[in-house]
Design a protein around this ligand. Structure first.
Ligand SMILES: *Cc1c(COP(=O)(O)O)cnc(C)c1O
Length: 469
């Protein structure tokens, strides 16, 4: 990047007295705040002209990769497109200008939107009611587990302190259980990637009286449909536990099957994944939690206000734009797209589980391991070609996991060009492995040393003073 100003902090571009605009002298005189309310010294704010500010932030934003820039096949963390209509809706002043402390009778429209969104989510999932308050998937999991704990406590069933989680689960599942004060029992996956029901039966026989819940993701994080759900749900219910459904990525199920009909009691949905809110770098999100009939009274207080409201609006707008007619195309198209990429690349990338996948699937690195080119190298090389990397080294079941999810929103042309690039990288790995191992070559920052970054993190930044380079 040639722009000399690029890469600086806005504070480093500051010059004493520099202003973006000037205000006219106030003909009514200055009305100062009471002295005890004002600061003694001026705040250390950057002082810049407007063009410097605009260019600074524009250049930084251009350095970001988003789903609006290019294909983003990040498995297990669905990145869908960001429909412009959602942004228009979320910006409607009648909603965006509401204050969270406004009296309830002045926000009837906003409340009606919440009711309608809850109704849609109930219809899509088969649950009886939802709370929209949780701010993320992990927050939803915690909320859901608190509901489950209160349910057991309400029956004086206080020994239920264990949660069963499959070894393929997203890391937030065991983490949420731990935050909720519950112990995790891991249940194994079989060769074919689905939950080992025999292992589960052993766990239930041994600890049945202590099981609070089983958390499941279906399709699981290998992109496989857990076909033993009825048997699993019967086992858990028979021992007195509840079934929790991690619906972070609900798109393969939309309009096709409902967790409520499969025997799940409590679940969360990630609106920022399945229902199209742009996210990344930690937010913004919304993880509404649904419960089956009979558990509605256990919703805890998990947030002071009504959740991440603009995310709720985008989700509702997205559901309305799909409509009843189109919503049932989401699951089949997500599944078709994932299988199309999987089948197109399986000659070059190792497919450890050879089954029809749902919305996502996992490769275990390149087929040809002799070149020493790893999943990390392929992921970095993809950046050179303008593609976001897939999820890598997760799930932990394989050494070179590469988890790909195209989503239902991508065109065949986009997927074809991704497939071409993946094949090109496989060719490069054979003919010129050093090229792939040295990637990325075209990004503003090359390969960072993530081990060093983890072991010796540099958490402060030395600000350059005027005149320094
Ligand atoms: C993303 C994800 C989560 C966590 O959601 P956050 O909003 O990131 O907290 C949980 N489970 C699965 C399967 C996910 O993909």
């Amino acid at each position: 990047m040639n722009n000399k100003l690029y890469g600086n902090l806005i504070f480093e571009l500051s010059h004493e007295g520099r202003r973006g605009y000037s205000l006219p002298v106030n003909e009514f005189g200055n009305h100062c705040l009471p002295k005890e309310l004002t600061r003694e010294t001026d705040a250390n704010l950057p002082q810049c002209d407007e063009m410097t500010v605009v260019r600074h932030y524009t250049n930084h934003s251009a350095n970001n990769f988003g789903v609006d820039n290019g294909f983003y096949p990040l498995g297990s963390c669905t990145m869908k497109y960001n429909p412009s209509i959602n942004e228009e809706m979320a910006n409607l002043p009648a909603f965006s200008c509401l204050h969270p402390m406004q009296p309830e009778e002045t926000v009837a429209g906003a409340k009606e939107l919440e009711r309608r969104l809850i109704h849609s989510l109930c219809e899509l999932t088969g649950m009886a009611d939802f709370t929209l308050k949780p701010f993320a998937g992990a927050h939803g999991e915690l909320t859901g587990l608190m509901i489950i704990r209160s349910y057991h406590e309400s029956r004086n069933d206080n020994a239920r302190t264990k949660v069963i989680v499959p070894d393929s689960a997203h890391g937030t599942n065991p983490a949420s259980a731990a935050v909720c004060g519950l112990d995790v029992i891991e249940v194994r996956s079989k060769e074919d990637g689905t939950v080992d029901v025999d292992d589960l039966r052993n766990i239930v026989e041994k600890s049945g009286d202590e099981i609070a819940a089983m958390m499941m993701t279906n399709p699981n994080t290998l992109g496989l449909f857990e076909y033993n759900i009825p048997e699993i749900a019967d086992l858990i219910h028979a021992c007195g536990g509840l079934m929790y459904y991690d619906g972070a990525n609900l798109n393969p199920m939309l309009g096709v099957a409902r967790p409520g009909d499969m025997g799940f009691d409590v679940m969360h949905v990630n609106l920022h994944k399945t229902f199209s809110t742009p996210h990344g770098g930690g937010g913004p999100g919304a993880g509404p939690v649904g419960v089956r009939k009979g558990l509605e009274s256990f919703f805890p207080v998990v947030g002071a206000f009504d959740g991440n409201y603009a995310v709720l609006m985008r989700a509702y707008a997205y559901i309305l734009t799909l409509g009843k007619e189109q919503v049932s195309n989401v699951g089949p198209l997500a599944t078709l797209n994932a299988n199309y990429i999987k089948e197109s690349l399986r000659d070059r990338y190792k497919l450890p589980i050879d089954k029809t996948c749902m919305h996502e699937f996992v490769f275990d690195g390149l087929c040809d391991k002799s070149t020493g080119v790893t999943t990390m190298d392929v992921a970095k090389r993809l950046l050179d070609y303008g593609y976001h990397a897939p999820t890598i080294y997760f799930p932990l079941l394989f050494h070179e996991s590469m988890m790909i999810e195209p989503t239902e929103n991508e065109s065949k042309e986009t997927m074809d060009s991704f497939i071409r690039v993946m094949n090109t990288i496989a060719d490069e790995a054979s003919t010129n492995p050093e090229l792939v191992k040295g990637a990325p070559h075209n990004t503003p920052i090359g390969r960072v040393d993530d081990v060093l970054a983890a072991k010796q993190p540099v958490l402060t930044y030395k600000q350059l003073k005027d005149g320094e380079n």
